[in-house]
Unconditional design. Sequence first.
Length: 659
Amino acid sequence: MTVLDDEIRFYVEGGAIGPGPFTDDELRDALREGRLDPGVPVRLAGHDLLVPAHAWATFARERTLASLPPPPSPEGALSELVAALKTTPASVRDMLLWCTREGNVTSGPFTGGELRRLLASGRMKTALVAIVDTTDWYSVRLVFGAGAAPPESTRGPSGIADDGPLSAGRRSPRPDDPPNLLAVARDPLTRCPTCLEAVPRSAELCPHCDEPTDVLAPPSTSRPASLGEDGREPTWLAMHWRPLVTLGAIAALVCCGIALRYLAPNRFLPERALTARPPAQTPATCTPACWPGEACTVGKCTWLAPNDVGHLPDAPVVSGPFALPKDVSDVLPLDRERFLVATLVGLEVRDARTGEVQSLVSEVPQARRLTRVGEVVYATGPTRVSVVDVATSRLRKSIELGSQVGSLAVGASGRRVLASLPSAHAVAILATEYHAEIDRIFFGDDPVGPVGTDDTGKRALTTTGQVPLAGLRDPTGGAVYAFDPSRLASEQDRVRASMIGNPVSVLMTPDGEWSFVVLRAEDALVPLEWLPSGAVGQRERVPTCREPEQVELVRRDRRAIVRCSEGRALDVVDLATRKHVRRVSFNARAADLAVSPDGRQAVVALPGDSSGWVALVDLDTYLVKLVLLPAEPTRVRLSPDGTAALVFSDRSKVAWVLR
């Protein structure tokens, strides 16, 4: 505030420290040390307004009150303080502490400057104010509103009102007043609180608006809301310059865009016609048609591997060996944390990290072979197929077949399972939707064995070969039967093709156009082409390593991998050209083979004399990584996602888990 400068002095009326003058620092120290009572009246030099020392904001150490002022009286009686308050400039009122009252709520204290800003922002328009430690209440609009104080233009450098025609509340000079107050007093004038015009102080009614001139009386009309802080109405341009600037900026942007559009080169030249129409784009097609799971990309079929499958790392972590019961017949991984063991008394669910038994499915006794079919496991017994839920490890259903069950083949995108019945000379067709036998196809007097089918479920093969026990010769003869699993047995022809050389394994392409049969005694892979009549024709044989026993499909490159037991190798054959591509040799007999779901790795069991290895073959580079095991591995099973492998030893009855 402008009054708070180095020349301000205060006078004390009746204080123990003397009349003064004192600086604000001297009075503040006197109040802090207790030499001056807070209730002693103090006035500013050059003014008649006497208020308690505690009411000056420059002396107060903390804004605290001993007690709130009493509520205003109904009569609203005036006191001597009113006359002095009416002649006090606004800058002096801002130096005081005030209490406010709105309704029945009294609050404070606030400085005069704070109340003036609150009133200017539109708040506290109906409040009453009183100086701290006084009992007189006044309207806040009349004390701090426009016209409530002498004009600032009539004040001197220190905030004291100078001489002038609009000096409000002039008084007789005092000996202690500053020199600028010793001017000749003129007729006192004031401003009308309604129209803000200068009127004589003695006039009760304003000659301009006929409204009361009493500062403390509420006006009959309120000041227009558009008046500025100085009480004058702002001009039209001052009130509307912001939207004018915004509209001008938008208009300038639009005009600039139009100008640039018309200034563009060759703007008004006629458009030239196209010299030639671009050729129409025809979608690329692949010949022959792509397999299920492939996409035709730039005229080439590309296999799309699922996102949730993978393969083993080059240096996997080995858990085990886990000792298994002596009557174990097969093992199968359920996921990365569990694997299933088939025994004579039932199925055991074991932990893949510790090998401990978690649960026992005793409703499935004498299980011989386990096959994963989607979310269930088919466990083949002597005359039945038991359906076990993978998630809960509970028996869902038993499919009675009435005959010894051989091998299982999953086809038709998992909707059909073909089960060979060697003693019944037939193949049973099982529906996986409700796990039941829907048909049975008989094949004369031949004991059928391995079965293969395509993804369409319309073509299938079954052979009469079998892998002999160690030391025995291959059986003589052999045959292959071609049939259609999607048709009833009474409505189709069963085509028999002689296949001398013990056909022990079958592979069919997903589209069913070609089939491949492994001849163990002939060391050959025989391609079979399906003819329009439903028969199959033998094509030129592909030589393989000694005693081939298993053939697996690699969808990613449309290749087949043949495992040779005595030949101690893997042969890679291109299914499109039906030519031998690569041979991967080992230093031990290849007992079992599994291909990862992403088609990038082959896992091979290599048993030795008292130990063995698991070979990890990279199908991109055909590099081999060996994992040494303390016993002879004979079987390999992969988890559904291909990131874990279960290795089993038939001789030692132990298992390992590779991750």
